[in-house]
Design a protein. Structure first.
Length: 444
């Protein structure tokens, strides 16, 4: 059996699917598990070259990480891959209290016993760029420094108020945080410079990526730094995009597979917990193109009488589906409808909300025998997908124009969702016509 190239843990489900799409569409067969898999489930995918576990740590506390991440990291380490990646969102939104990337790095560094953890966040494919440690991200047709980004600077849980990622990360870990900047990466003696930075910073080193050239060099350096027992690293799917170039240069990739369109389905069910303006535009576009929108009150769905609210939502969804309509059940329609302050007054409400949306979607799939569905919202997907009783995902249809939101095939022992075609879409991901695109099974 060929030694795996990479294992990873994704801090939310949409980001985990992003990595799977990047790898599988570029000649690295990849499977994404929805938890530490059984030996039997692992064996089904023994010939794959990358193994991921989709998680929820983006919305969890450091105490949760202390309890859960060691077991997950240990399973990943046992795969004996060259690289083990803690995958975070490309907007790096996190805080010392929620989704602490620093805490996740602390745990991984200790388990792998390595002196320094490389970090790559920039991913030009996703319109994310790091320059001299500062993160920039696109929104519509403009690129913003992340602390001035119209959405991420106002994230309802982890707003990004600091663009310098070395400073942002330093608030989450006691480890020293160094930087391999664009100048060092482009220097004729780049290897010596990177070695010096790594040796003088026994903690974390961020590698800048702002272009195809710096991405290629960052990938070469990351691959050069690998070590026996696997190199633990952290960052966005920029890690994979960088490594793919290094692997290609060394002839380690298989031929890129062909992904045929799965065709159109007559009805599609979507659940959305996103408050993003991107998702708002997508919902409004869909309701003009064969979808019925069904507004849900998040306080009712996550409150004391959640059972009644869930049953009401299911009944309404089934009624619309029986009439031949695709449906989108959503808890918000853009930032103006965000009720995050009220939601946070209910203990555990955000997790309950995601799980409730997953329950609604599963029931719609069961009762109407649906074969395709979408979950919108990164945090929503992490908790909703668990309710679908799925064990693993593989890529069915990559979407090159909007990477990070592929159509996947679900695998598991629960018959109604085994073989389900499911897309997980982060709040900021996708074109305005995304939901119709998934319904129609189109690459673009």
């Amino acid at each position: 059996m060929t030694k795996p190239l990479l294992t990873y843990y994704g801090d939310d489900f949409t980001g985990s699917a992003d990595v799977m799409e990047a790898l599988s569409s570029n000649g690295v067969p990849t499977v994404l598990f929805l938890g530490v898999p059984s030996a039997e489930t692992t064996a089904r995918f023994a010939d794959y070259r990358a193994f991921g576990i989709a998680g929820t740590s983006r919305s969890e506390t450091p105490a949760w990480m202390d309890e859960h991440l060691p077991e997950i990291y240990a399973w990943l380490k046992e795969r004996d891959a060259a690289i083990c990646h803690y995958k975070v969102c490309s907007t790096f939104d996190s805080s010392p209290e929620i989704g602490s990337i620093g805490k996740a790095i602390d745990i991984g560094k200790a388990l792998f016993g390595q002196p320094v953890v490389p970090v790559i966040v920039g991913a030009p494919q996703l319109k994310r760029y790091t320059s001299f440690g500062n993160l920039f991200a696109a929104y519509q047709d403009r690129v913003y420094r992340i602390d001035r980004h119209p959405v991420m600077s106002r994230h309802p849980v982890t707003p990004m108020s600091e663009a310098d990622l070395t400073l942002h990360l330093a608030k989450q870990t006691s480890l020293p945080v160094g930087l391999a900047d664009l100048v060092a990466l482009a220097a004729p003696d780049a290897d010596a410079r990177i070695d010096h930075i790594v040796e003088s910073t026994p903690g974390v080193v961020l590698l800048d990526v702002d272009s195809a050239e710096s991405q290629a060099e960052a990938g070469r350096q990351l691959w050069r730094l690998r070590r026996d027992g696997g190199l633990f690293t952290a960052g966005s799917s920029g890690v994979e995009y960088a490594l793919l170039q290094a692997w290609n240069n060394e002839g380690l990739l298989e031929a890129k597979p062909e992904f045929a369109s799965p065709g159109k389905v007559d009805r599609l069910a979507v659940v959305s917990g996103s408050v993003s303006p991107t998702t708002e535009r997508q919902i409004r576009n869909a309701t003009e193109n064969g979808f019925d929108g069904i507004a849900l009150d998040p306080l009712e769905v996550a409150g004391e009488n959640a059972g009644n609210a869930i049953e009401t939502a299911i009944a309404e969804g089934v009624k619309r589906l029986k009439n031949g309509r695709s449906v989108i059940l959503h808890t918000a329609l853009g930032p103006s409808a965000d009720r995050g302050t009220d939601i946070d007054r209910i203990p555990g409400a955000r997790h309950k909300l995601g799980s409730a949306l997953g329950t609604i979607l599963r029931r719609l799939i069961e009762e109407e025998n649906l074969r395709r569905a979408v979950i919108a919202g990164g945090d929503t997907s992490s908790h909703a997908l668990k309710e679908l009783r799925v064990d693993a995902l593989t890529t069915l249809l990559p979407l090159p124009q909007t990477p990070g939101s592929p159509l996947c095939t679900a695998h598991g022992s629960y018959e109604p969702t085994n073989g389900l075609q499911i897309a997980l879409k982060g709040g900021q991901v996708g074109t305005d016509g995304y939901f119709a695109q998934i319904r129609d099974g189109r690459k673009s």
